[in-house]
Structure formats: structure tokens, C-alpha cells
Design a protein around this ligand. Structure first.
Ligand code: ASP
Length: 332
């Protein structure tokens, strides 16, 4: 089922008593009292189901979101995250991930990490075990080894076959395309797992994990591990995350822009739509038919979701129930 903005808001089980933003920008809404999680794409439901199991067993929201994202990372049928993710132009799977805790603004991320199936967990260790925020490439892998993560081959036979076919096609690759009309990014090119949660006690967490854009140039980093672009969380306000063509999200500091709009008084739906409209206006034809989708959760559990192109969906945990929704593109 595809939903418009109005029906989406109407169906949100997280709306009780707080449907509209305060007219006073500094008057923050009260924190919600129940856990709410939203997560990107069809596997967002998996995230929510696993997270709910952990929360019911008494786990923290941070543990619950990590476990939910781990399940997607380990699923070889999700072709844009973790094991089975499509490789870069050299046939190597390079992963990006980020975790951010809204109460402390602590964050950890890894970029272009190879051979580790669960980069979200490495990102969490960067946050908790170092004074850094971001580790890249060989340094990130060495850190993961020190944290005793197991190394494994992430390229599945299916991904290898597809990559070989792409290479044999002689295509220079989407990301080497010279200046000119923007190329078409198909729906299968990408798709990050991104999850935002509130725990009902004032905590707000965001986590993302992705293999990024298929056949990307080696070393390319997308928006997902960039604090403020792919994800941002501030427990005073809420959190946001993004999926789609990361280069476009980075240009507008997408997730931070959404959170700051909420801080200024926009409700979450207005905030995600406003950032995507800004991106569309500023990028014009250069945006081509790129997909960008954004989710937001305010600290009281009100959610927002918007996308530029058809096909985006989300998973949601609210009111103790897990569900999923298709999201209609802007102005559809
Ligand atoms: N945003 C991710 C990236 O650019 C991919 C995606 O979410 O579709 O790496």
C-alpha cells in the first residue's frame, strides 16, 4: 500500500497527543513514553522485529538497533548491505556504517571497511572504545581485528557473477560518467539499512549500514557513515536518516538539516519534505532521476517519511506492533 503524507500521518501509531509542532521554536515536545523505531526499505521490518525482541528482553535501544541492523547485514539476499552486498568497480565489497547516540551526541563510523560482515558493530566500537568518530579503509579493518571481529569473504557467488557481467559489458561505470546529462540510477544500485529509534525514556539512536552504490570507485564513501549526512541524532529534538544517492544527501547535509528544521518547529513530515524540496530546487536537472529518501523521528515519537522517486518503503515499530508502509514520492 502506498500512502500519501496525510494518510501516513493519520496512520502513525506514534501520534498520540502531539500531532502538530509547537508554534514556539524552543518549546520542545515531551519525550514519547514508548519505543518507536522506523527503518528503511522492506528489510526495515526485519530491523524492527529483531529490535522489538531485544527490547522485550530488556535490552537497551542501542543494543536493539544494532541487533536489528546485524540481521540485515548477515542476510546474503539483501544485496546492498553487508554479506552479499554488491562490490565496487574492482570486485571488492567495501562497507560504510554509522551509529549515533542522541543523548550524548556520541558517534562512531567506518568507511570502506572490507571483510567484516557487521560494520555497524565496528562503528559502535569506534564510538565506545576510541575518542575518534570515524575510521576508514585499512585503519578501520585493523581496528576491527583488534576488537576481535572475524574476517570473511563478503562477495557471494551471485554478486561475483553480476560484477563479472558488468565488467564484461565494457561499461565505464555509472560513477566514471563524464559531465553531461546525469545517468540513471536504477533501484537496485543501492539501498542502505537505516534505523532511527526512541526508547520512551528520552534516548534517541540512529544507525546505518550499507555496501553503498554498486560498481562504485574504490574508496568511495557515501552519506551513510557521515555524521549529519546519512544520519544524525540529538535527543533534544529527534533524529533523521537517509538512503539513496549519497552524493546528493551529502551536498545538503541531509539528516542534520532535517533535525535542525525540527528544532526550529517543523513537524517531522514537514522537515523531511522541506529538505528534499530544497535538494530538488538547488540541484535541478543535475539531480536526474536519483532517488533520495529520508526518515525522521521526533523525540515524542512522531515520524516523518519522504522520497523523491517511487519505490521507497519503511518498517515501523510503534504501539508494540511492527508494520510496514510504502511511501509516496513528493507531490505524488
Ligand atoms: N546512501 C547510500 C550510499 O550512497 C546508498 C543507498 O542508501 O541507497 O552509499
Amino acid at each position: 500500500m502506498t500512502i500519501s503524507r496525510r494518510s501516513f500521518l493519520g496512520s502513525s501509531i506514534a501520534l498520540a497527543g502531539c500531532g502538530a509542532a509547537s508554534s514556539h521554536p524552543t518549546a520542545l515536545p515531551p519525550a514519547g513514553t514508548q519505543p518507536v523505531i522506523v527503518a528503511t526499505w522492506s528489510w526495515g521490518r526485519t530491523v524492527c522485529e529483531r529490535a522489538q525482541q531485544r527490547l522485550s528482553a530488556g535490552a537497551s535501544l542501542l543494543d536493539a538497533i544494532e541487533t536489528g541492523i546485524n540481521a540485515v547485514e548477515r542476510d546474503p539476499n539483501v544485496r546492498s548491505v553487508g554479506v552479499g552486498g554488491r562490490p565496487n568497480a574492482e570486485g571488492i565489497v567495501q562497507l560504510d556504517a554509522m551509529m549515533m547516540v542522541g543523548s550524548s551526541l556520541e558517534a562512531g563510523s567506518v568507511c570502506a571497511l572490507e571483510r567484516i560482515a557487521t560494520p555497524i558493530s565496528v562503528a559502535r566500537r569506534v564510538m565506545e572504545r576510541t575518542r575518534h568518530v570515524c575510521l576508514v579503509g585499512a585503519g578501520a579493518l585493523e581496528f576491527a581485528r583488534q576488537m576481535e571481529f572475524a574476517e570473511e569473504e563478503l562477495l557471494t557467488e551471485t554478486s561475483r557473477t553480476e560484477w563479472e557481467a558488468w565488467r564484461a559489458s565494457g561499461s565505464p561505470g555509472f560513477w566514471r560518467t563524464p559531465p553531461g546529462p546525469p545517468p540513471t540510477a536504477s533501484a537496485r544500485d543501492h539501498d542502505t539499512v537505516g534505523a532511527i529509534g526512541i526508547d520512551g525514556h528520552g534516548e534517541v539512536i540512529v544507525g546505518l549500514s550499507t555496501s553503498g552504490l554498486e560498481w562504485k570507485l574504490p574508496g568511495r564513501v557515501g552519506d551513510s557513515p557521515i555524521v549529519g549526512a546519512g544520519g544524525y541524532a540529538d535527543a533534544e529534538v529527534g533524529a533523521a536518516c537517509a538512503t539513496g544517492v549519497g552524493e546528493e544527501v551529502i551536498r545538503v547535509a541531509g539528516s542534520h538539516s532535517v533535525v535542525e528544521r525540527m528544532r526550529a518547529g517543523m513537524d517531522p513530515q514537514e522537515a523531511v519534505e522541506d529538505v528534499l524540496r530544497f535538494l530538488r530546487r538547488r540541484r535541478g536537472e543535475q539531480l536526474g532521476d536519483a532517488q533520495v529518501a529520508m526518515l525522521a523521528v521526533r523525540r515524542d515519537g512522531v515520524i516523518g517519511a519522504a522520497c523523491l522517486r517511487p519505490g521507497f518503503e519503511l518498517g515501523m515499530l510503534a504501539g508494540g506492533a511492527v508494520g510496514g508502509r510504502a511511501v509516496a514520492p513528493l507531490d505524488a
